[in-house]
Structure formats: C-alpha cells, structure tokens
Design a protein around this ligand. Sequence first.
Ligand code: IPE
Ligand code: IPE
Ligand code: MG
Length: 249
Amino acid sequence: MSLKEKIDATKLPKHIAIIMDGNGRWAKGKGKLRIFGHHNGVGTVKTITESCAKLGIKHLTLYAFSTENWSRPAIEVRALMELLVDTMRKELPTLMKNDIRLSFIGNHADLPVKCQKQLHATMEATAANNRMDLVLALSYSAKWDLVQAVKNIAGKVKEGLLEPSEITDKIIDKELSTHQWPHPELLIRTSGEKRISNFLLWEIAYSELYFCDKLWPDFTEEDLFQAILDYQQRERRFGKTSEQISSTA
Ligand code: IPE
Ligand code: IPE
Ligand code: MG
C-alpha cells in the first residue's frame, strides 16, 4: 500500500500551512549561492501545491517571505522578489489548470511595485477558481498582522462602533488578514528548525505541528503524505480528555 493510499480521505486537514525553510543551506551544501536554493525551492512549491489540490486540501498557506527577511542582504532580497514575479507569471497556467485561487497575506505596501502588480494580476485571473486557495504569506509576520488587527479594533472602539467588553476571540479573528480561511489544522516546517518564526501565531493555537528534517528543495510529495498520515494518527483533544474525545467520535 502506498503512502497516498494510506491517507484517510475523510479526515484530511482543510488547511495546511507550511514554513518552507532550508533553501540557503541546500544551495550551500552544493557549493552554490543561496539564490540557487530559492530557484530550486520553486519546484517544490509547484509539486506540493498541485499535490494538495489533487488530494482535496481546500486551503494551503505558504510562508514565502517574512517581515524579518527584509533584513537579508539586498542582493538576496532583490533576487527573491524577481523570482516571485517570474514564478507567478510563469505558473498562471498551472493555477488555472488546477482550479487554484491565489491569495495573499502580508504588508502589501512593502513589496516592490512590480511584485504588487503581478500579485494583483494573478489574484484577479484566478479569482473565480475554487478547488483550493493558495495563500502566499509575503512580507508577512504574525505580529505585524496582530498589530494591524489591534489598530482596527481600537479605531472601532474610538468611533463608538464597539465596546471594549464586546471584544472576543471571534472579533480578533475577523480583523486578521487570514479571516476568510479556517485556522490550519496542520503546520509543517522543513529544514529541521523547530520554531515558528513569527508565522500565524494566533491561528496555530491548536494546530498540529510537524517538523521535517529535509531542506525545502528536497521535500517531496511523499514527505507531504507522511506529514498528513502523521497528522491523522494524532488525537486532537482541544483541552478535553481522551475519553471525552472517543465517546463523541
Ligand atoms: C527559506 O529558506 C526561504 C526564505 C526564507 C525566503 P532560507 O533562505 O531561510 O534557507 P536557510 O534556512 O538559510 O537554509
Ligand atoms: C522563516 O524562515 C520564513 C520563511 C520561510 C519565509 P527563516 O529562515 O527566515 O526563519 P529563521 O530566521 O531561521 O527563524
Ligand atoms: Mg531559513
């Protein structure tokens, strides 16, 4: 039985989030420049996106560039932005063929104009697709998102539209840039690092975390299946006892 056949199609996560990490180390291991790793990472993005869509995953969020990544050497940042524009342009037919809608979370204004334009063009072209949402986190950090949410809520309170006592976790959910998607049930990070690096802090409150030692350009469809199988073997208790969970199963 293949790994794919072992997956229970009735228990798929609706939303998978991935911290795609390890491109630089992958390139270094081959005696190449970091950007060579980013170029090869695009191949993995393509494989994993198509694979998730075919499996029936409804939402896939990929951490492509963090707020903190702006502090990298300018030459790497520039190359990454160019790679993004190029990839979005070249991969439009793949998105259309697989009925995938592209969305974006992050600080739009930080991105180079060319990147903003390409992002909008791709989002517009794919807006009517509905097999899967591919959400790119670009110039994104969870703290940035929480700060803008708090500012919006404070503005509503100031205008008298909301009482402080009415603020609930649902209200906070609605102000986050991820509000239109369910919270991810599964978060995967490649490269062996076991940290969150300012990704979806609020939304992963109860996500299952899966860390894989492989560097992102080496991450395969089989590795994705393995992560999903691992997820399916976990008992998600949400604070309850194991007995309570099995009696409602
Ligand atoms: C992930 O790979 C891609 C981005 C953060 C843009 P890295 O570039 O972080 O690669 P490592 O972690 O240095 O190997
Ligand atoms: C996290 O990776 C950000 C992305 C994958 C886009 P980093 O490589 O930037 O994270 P740290 O600095 O090792 O925590
Ligand atoms: Mg890294």
